[in-house]
Write a protein that binds this ligand. Structure first.
Ligand code: BJW
Length: 282
């Protein structure tokens, strides 16, 4: 039951199939159909907390017990979630088009689970399954830690079922939160919080990709494009000649200054990305 014209869909698929250099910017809406909450709409609250207020170094410094309960819960949900039709279709597109690059703001690991080739997937906000030391003199980083719970104190039980806001959170002593095996300082999720720089290697890789030349198509999937520098890659692709295709449940502002200000030659596909992303690559 989608309000999408066949002509517009056909013209998009034709352009997609003939495109060589395709960039995609992926956001939380891509995983919405897999049951992962987004940040800035109805899903943007965890219990009484605004998720964007929790995603800061200040919130972690103030209350590491709260933050670890938030991230351990999200690890638990992401581990139970299954990639949806859009994750799979994009993974197939990536396997088919060697010059495709997906920039994912998502930390849930669902594109990876859908077998998106790593060579054309660039995470920019880290991963729920990577942890690093909070001590800036220690370089400990662990990738691919899928333990659930990450430490015994965070184990979800019938008595501590924090998916239900009526269950109280715990005040977990620091010594029971995840610790660095090297220096014993607190560990933290290796995600990018507000005010923190993105990994240099991620930025460099995207810039090198953009420097190669013309971009045929920019796909903007399930993101509000309000967070920088990620949102700026839409603009960079436009400057490099790309036509833009937006897949979102809500129409972006038509203001030219907005990251997604759409033009005549662009496409907007309204609805759940899991239903609107074409699955044309077998
Ligand atoms: C569907 C759907 C369905 C729903 N199908 N669609 C003023 C101006 C410009 C910039 C700044 C400024 N003040 C501060 C800044 C910088 C700041 C920033 O951008 N702030 C803005 C909020 C203004 N950026 C930063 O701080 C970044 N770092 C930085 O700039 O460093 C500079 C620096 C250099 C040197 C030294 C020090 C610093 C870092 C940003 C990190 C963002 N991190 C987070 C949290 C990650 C960890 C975690 O998850 O807990 O990343 S915030 C959060 O937002 C998360 C997301 O990846 C990111 C983007 O959100 P996304 O994916 O777009 O989700 P939503 O919810 O916003 O949108 C979902 C969309 O899907 C909606 O449009 C729905 O309609 C749609 N949708 N269901 C299709 N089924």
């Amino acid at each position: 039951n989608l309000n999408i014209s066949i002509d517009s869909y056909t013209s998009f698929v034709k352009h997609l199939e003939s495109s060589t250099r395709i960039l995609a910017l992926l956001g939380a809406g891509l995983s919405a159909a897999s049951g992962i909450p987004t940040f800035r709409d109805a899903g943007g609250f965890w219990r009484e907390h605004d998720a964007t207020q929790l995603a800061t170094p200040e919130a972690f410094a103030k209350d590491p017990s709260l933050l670890w309960q938030f991230y351990n819960y999200r690890r638990h949900c992401a581990l139970k979630a299954v990639p949806n039709r859009a994750h799979v279709a994009l993974a197939k597109l990536a396997a088919k088009k060697s010059e495709y690059l997906a920039i994912s703001q998502n930390i849930d690991g669902l594109s990876e689970q859908a077998k998106h080739p790593p060579r054309n997937l660039q995470l920019v906000h880290g991963s729920l399954f990577n942890v690093k030391c909070t001590n800036s003199d220690c370089i400990f980083l662990e990738t691919g830690n899928f333990a659930d719970p990450i430490v015994p104190a965070l184990e979800l039980t019938e008595q501590y079922n924090i998916s239900d806001a009526r269950f109280p959170l715990k005040d977990i002593p620091k010594e029971d939160l995840p610790h660095c095996p090297k220096c014993r300082s607190l560990l933290r999720p290796a995600v990018v919080w507000f005010g923190e720089p993105l990994e240099r290697s991620a930025i460099d890789r995207i810039h090198h990709w953009l420097d190669v030349g013309k971009v045929d198509l920019m796909m903007v999937v399930g993101t509000s494009a309000t967070v920088w520098p990620a949102a700026n890659y839409i603009h960079a692709a436009r400057i490099a000649g790309a036509r833009i295709a937006v897949f979102n449940t809500e129409k972006p502002g038509m203001d030219d200054d907005a990251a997604m200000g759409l033009r005549e030659q662009d496409w907007f596909f309204e609805g759940d990305a899991a239903a609107t992303i074409p699955d044309t690559f077998k």
